[in-house]
Design a binder for this molecule. Sequence first.
Ligand code: NAI
Length: 727
Amino acid sequence: MAQYVRGAAAVAVIRICNPPLNTLSIKTLQALQQEVQHANIDPTVKAVVICGANGKFSAGADIKLFSNPEQRSSPSLGSIIDLIEKSDKPMVAAIESLALGGGLEVALGCHYRIAHVQARVGLPEVTVGLLPGAGGTQRLPRLTGVPAALDIITTGKHIWAPEALKLGIIDEIVEENTVEAAIQLAERVSDQPVGPRRVCSKQIPRLPNMEAIIEEALVKVKKQAGGCLAPEMCFQAVEASLRLSFEEGIRKERELFLFLLSSGQAKALQYAFFAQRAMEKWTLPSGASWKTAVPQPIKRAAVIGLGTMGQGIVVSLVRAKIPVVALEQDKNHLEMGRRAVMAFLDREALRRQPNGQVLDVHKPGLLHFTLDFNALQDVDLVIEAVFEDMALKKEIFQKLSTICKPEAFLCTNTSSLDIDGIAAVTNRPHQVIGAHFFSPAHRMKLLEVIYGHHTSPTTIATVMSLGKAIGKIGVLVGNCFGFVGNRLLLPYNEQTYFLVEEGSTPEEVDKALIGFGFKMGPFQVSDLAGLDVGWRIRKEKGLARASLPLGTLPRQENGRRYSPLPDFLCDQGRYGQKTGKGWYQYDKPGGRVPKSDPWIHSFLSDYRNIHNITVRTVTQDEILERCLYSLANEGFRILSDGIASCPEAIDTIYINGYGWPRHRGGPMFYASEVGLPTVLAKLQKYAEANPDIPSLQPSPLLQKLVALGSPPVSEWSSLVGSQNSKL
Ligand code: NAI
């Protein structure tokens, strides 16, 4: 609720009040409208300050309101902002902490804006599939110019106050007492005309090469959008500010906003937003949750193994100012790891920190590189990231048991191995847990947190809280081969191999999935990550088809189809980008741009001939259906097994760790949008045609949900329980 407080010298202070973030709920909007109307007609009020309660301006509209019919009868944010802007009394926005979305739009309607130096502003609507619909796309470019407005609105990025000052979004920054400073400003300008201060009547700053800039921006927006509509609609709205009058621009903004609101993408993006938020409220099948456990402080951590993953994990911890002991097996690897970590951190330190703070990576005690396990005696938590080798991991965890203090938590970054097997060799299985980062670990947001049979809620709470502290999205999952993310990937990857065996090409499969919205196709990803990674794991498990001539490569085992293609390519030294050849060819080892490789096509043709595979045309629809539905099908199995607590967990993992297009909402949401009966029917059809591919057999949970009338995703978790008890 807004409050109407009499300020000094006839300045009214209106506080937007809806804790914790002062989102603009229907009630808050009604109160804001009333208070502005009161201030406008009260003859004793000469000027107005609008601020937020409890030191926060406003985080903007309440996303849940977009689908609320009551919203239609409440005052629109746009009309309240008009009321503010059209007022003859100077209106001053006092921005503390954050002014995002509708919050910033309110501030843009004011005649003056003062912000605290550590405040952030932004219009992040694009991230939930929308655009700023209360004049933001028309007012912001009038202050910053079109290029900066396009950058801010099409990406949804947050801008720190010093940068916002430079861009002209705010007029002044202060280091303290923002509201007091705003009141003083309001007093100073109380008798000045507000006409020239109204953003709506400002001219858009024009640049001589504006058309070329616009064209270039559109190409960039389209490239980054990957099929997501909102960035391009944001672009069109901002472009309208350049070509149309303010009023016409507002009408265009409204039209585009309503188009996005009714698109399935906004629904998917908002689902993804809430799914991610729900992950913080983790629960175990036993019912234990974040409510029952207190995270322990991690004042010092250790990382073992400074290869690809260890380096990124060290960087993530140091960025969050957590002192790290980094340990390697020999001098050579230690030096390589140290150089890579320091080069990255030094680059990072050079970059201006957004909030003006400096990251002093050379601060004594922040980073200690060592070969000596005894240096781990007093750390609070260890993250092991050595080779994916069970014997080696067990050896390390045994050592940690004897060296680390009893309270220390022991985490493994394994991507597939059994957490219980590792915990069993320690003297503290309740403090052992999987902390599965994704590559590159300093950039990827996902952290799969895997609890074992003995892992305590305190251990889970501690690692979930550490994940949050280092900017990751922690998702708690159960222990099984590949956990959630990599387990789902198996049937998906398998389909891609079978499809090329049956007549498709890596290019066609990649094209179909890129068209769906993935940034890269599965074969491109495989070349990037290295085909040898999976090959080594398969060899260790005795599953790889080593060095057999083409004609003798088996395609079936115990009646189950198996594709030997990736093993065969590895036998040929085709590891992907690192060797310059994989499913594609590259100009040199380490090359990045995939080119179609005639060798692969003729190899596939020979392979099909030898195995008497009748080549057929595989349609784009079949590629998508077989890959995506088998992925979701495994998701239903994972839910039945209790490995993921809810479909939202699977979707959050796929969006943040596996490149699933966010505007498609994740594989489980996608399945529900396609329609569970359709997914079931297609799986049945493909399973009948391919009886030797068990992963195409529809999962019992999917069948049950269809029989129950395909309830919405939010109801699936409660239905899984009865599914489990039936089994
Ligand atoms: P890597 O081969 O790049 O690095 C492993 C490092 O561990 C090497 O620098 C090696 O010298 C060091 N090491 C080996 N034995 C050691 C010992 N006894 N003491 C100290 N250091 C030792 O491996 P990568 O890719 O970083 O993988 C590490 C772990 O992370 C594996 O369990 C892997 O499955 C997992 N993982 C890997 C991902 C990836 O994309 N590479 C993604 C997620 C998890």
